[in-house]
Each structure stands twice: as C-alpha cells, then as structure tokens.
Design a protein around this ligand. Structure first.
Ligand code: ATP
Length: 205
C-alpha cells in the first residue's frame, strides 16, 4: 500500500506549487479541492440529496451544484453550513480514500487545505505543512486575486494558526525564497519519502 502524505498549509502558502512539483516527479496527488468539484457534478448522488434539503436553487442550469449559490446560502447560517458539510464531507473523504487505496506505491500525496482544522478529513501517515511568512503569502495572494487586506485577514483568522499547523506537522517545507528553492526542497523531501516508504515496505516483509 502506498504511504500517505497529507499536504496542507494556509491560504497562499504555496500548496499548489508544492503539489504540482510532486506531480512532476511522478507522485500521485489526490487533491481535496478537485474531488470536491467532482462530487458536486450533475448526476452525483449527493447533489440530489443536497437539492432535496436546500431546494433546486442550489443547482445550476446543468444540474450540478452551484457552489457560489451554496456559499451564499450557508454564509451567515452555521446550522445550514453544518448540515451541508455533514452531507458533503463524508462523500469527499470516501472518494479520497478510494483513490488513496488504489494509488501506486511507494507514496501518494493527499492535498487537503483544511487538514489541521479537521483532522478526520482523511487517514494519512504523515502531515506535511507548507509554511510561508505571512507578508509573503499576502503579497502572492494579492498578485493573483482581487482580495483586499481585510478579506485576506478574515480568511487567515478563520484558518488554523501557524503554531497549530506546526504542532500537527511531521514535516515542514519552508517557502520563503524563490520558486526554484521551493522546488529543490520538494525534491529533497521526495527522496526522503521514497526512503521512508522503502523502509516501511522492508519492515512489512
Ligand atoms: P491557495 O490556498 O490560495 O490555494 P496555495 O497554498 O495553493 O494557495 P499557491 O497557489 O501554490 O498556494 O501559491 C500562491 C501564489 O503564490 C501563486 O501565484 C504562486 O505562484 C505564488 N508563489 C508561491 N510560492 C512562491 C515563491 N516562493 N515565490 C514567488 N511566488 C510564489
């Protein structure tokens, strides 16, 4: 079975850059955001369940979940948000689990932005945290989106703190230099994960 690495980090920390690099090294990446999109497509059973509870206005013209409409609906209503998450999260978790079970050895990456906030989001063997200085995250986020400082603050405050993330981490990848440096750090971790997977396999034999 493939060793499972849970990849996480705060908004704009460099998770996607890191997981893309792992993918370019041939590592299978199972991305919670991608899976969340998959399970909300038209025809998926959970879409029907959610529409039965929240009404057809949460569907788009093609019968898929309208994620923006749903976000608006649960935005100021924690009860509705919990109901929605109680339907959606187990389906996402199960789909990720299925992919991880099928993943080719020696190891796979499960990219889960809120892994530290919801530790039961997936079963992983190690937690890898991407850690970037707040000022850099802010600069990168602003360079690629129209979010204001206040909006960025709001998102950062709703997420785990840096200390909480580091506490949960088995491995930390520091993103405080160039993209090339970040890639080199991923490459070093890749060698380490291959070695860990190899020694686990040897122990099982
Ligand atoms: P989000 O949480 O918003 O999905 P993320 O954690 O996946 O973000 P990325 O998308 O990898 O982060 O990075 C955010 C932005 O910052 C991207 O535009 C990326 O190219 C840029 N970036 C990340 N790391 C660096 C770096 N070391 N130097 C310059 N730009 C960087």
């Amino acid at each position: 079975m493939a060793l499972r690495i849970g990849l996480t980090g705060g908004i704009g920390s460099g998770k996607t850059t890191v997981s893309d690099r792992f993918a370019s090294l041939g590592v299978e990446v199972i991305d919670a955001d991608v899976i969340a999109h998959e399970v909300t497509r038209s025809g998926e059973p959970v879409v029907e369940q959610i529409a039965a509870v929240f009404g057809d206005e949460v569907l788009d013209a093609g019968g898929a979940l309208d994620r923006a409409a749903l976000r608006r609906l649960v935005f100021a209503d924690p009860g509705k948000r919990r109901r929605l998450e109680a339907m959606l999260h187990p389906v996402i978790r199960e789909r990720m689990e299925e992919r991880a079970r099928k993943a080719r050895a020696p190891y796979c990456i499960l990219s889960i932005p809120l892994l530290v906030e919801s530790r039961n989001a997936a079963r992983v063997d190690r937690v890898l945290v991407v850690d970037a200085p707040d000022a850099m995250r802010r600069r990168w986020i602003k360079a690629r989106s129209a979010l204001s400082d206040e909006e960025i603050d709001g998102i950062m405050q709703a997420q785990a703190t840096r200390d909480e993330r580091l506490e949960a981490a088995d491995d930390v990848i520091v993103n405080d230099g160039s993209i090339e440096e970040l890639h080199a750090r991923v490459d070093a971790l890749h060698r380490r994960y291959l070695a860990i997977a190899e020694s686990n396999t040897a122990a099982e034999r």
